[in-house]
Design a protein around this ligand. Structure first.
Ligand SMILES: [Zn+2]
Length: 233
């Protein structure tokens, strides 16, 4: 249902400016519409938008896919959802597109060299009801040394807000990591500093919006939060 809703949202979003061209049948899809009919909707959306959509939009990949298999169409539909249907960003945990973790985790599986802390994971990535958890919670307790998960360059060392004391590291290839809730002032690195995999960067703590000391660890691919479990070794 979520996928169909997203597809319908895409159709509405794309066709509103060109409502005069919209075919009535596309509004009458039953709620149990199959993936094939969903594909048809997207093809209609693509056709309608062809005069105004730029070449950069992935929607155009549907233009010649009338006889294509269903599975590639479903995959592309998810990418379209990413571009169009986003919950409004909020300062801390509401990630823009948590449902794309699978896509990126596949491409970057095992990208990171080491775990940022040696402790069990308590809470995973994704939606908890309507709330989105943008990373994983590693139950370090207070005072455990946090290390860079891969070679990179420190881009941010900040204190404040829901993340408390946090550090962000750019690892190249569009991948970056974030380490939050550290003890205030415990950072061992500075912005611009090059780090190796395993370089100590700070101490776990409970700064920011937390109830117990832990490391909230996030991974980003091209600016989108993805499931760290897919990138960790
Ligand atoms: Zn967390």
């Amino acid at each position: 249902m979520l996928t169909l809703s997203a597809i319908m949202a895409v159709v509405v979003s794309v066709t509103v400016p060109a409502a005069a061209h919209m075919e009535p049948s596309s509004r009458d899809l039953p709620s149990t519409a199959s993936a094939a009919s969903a594909s048809d909707v997207l093809q209609q959306a693509s056709a309608v938008s062809s005069t105004q959509a730029s070449a950069a939009l992935p929607l155009q990949t549907f233009a010649s896919s009338a006889d294509a298999e269903i599975s590639p169409a479903a995959r592309d539909a998810i990418k379209v959802k990413k571009l169009v249907v986003e919950p409004p960003p909020t300062p801390v945990y509401a990630g823009p597109s948590g449902s794309f973790a699978g896509t990126y985790a596949g491409e970057f599986a095992g990208f990171l060299a080491v775990w940022p802390a040696n402790a069990p994971v308590n809470d995973g990535f994704g939606y908890r009801g309507s709330e989105f958890h943008g990373g994983i919670d590693i139950m370090t307790g207070s005072g455990m040394t946090i290390v860079s998960a891969s070679p990179g360059v420190v881009t941010q060392v900040t204190y404040g807000g829901g993340w408390g004391q946090y550090i962000k590291i750019d690892h190249g290839s569009g991948v970056s990591t974030l380490y939050s809730h550290m003890i205030q002032g415990s950072q061992m690195v500075s912005p611009g500093q090059t780090v190796a995999a395993g370089t100590p960067i700070g101490l776990s703590g409970s700064t920011g919006y937390v109830t117990v000391a832990h490391l909230h660890f996030e991974t980003y691919v091209n600016g989108t939060r993805v499931d760290p479990m897919g990138l960790l070794p």
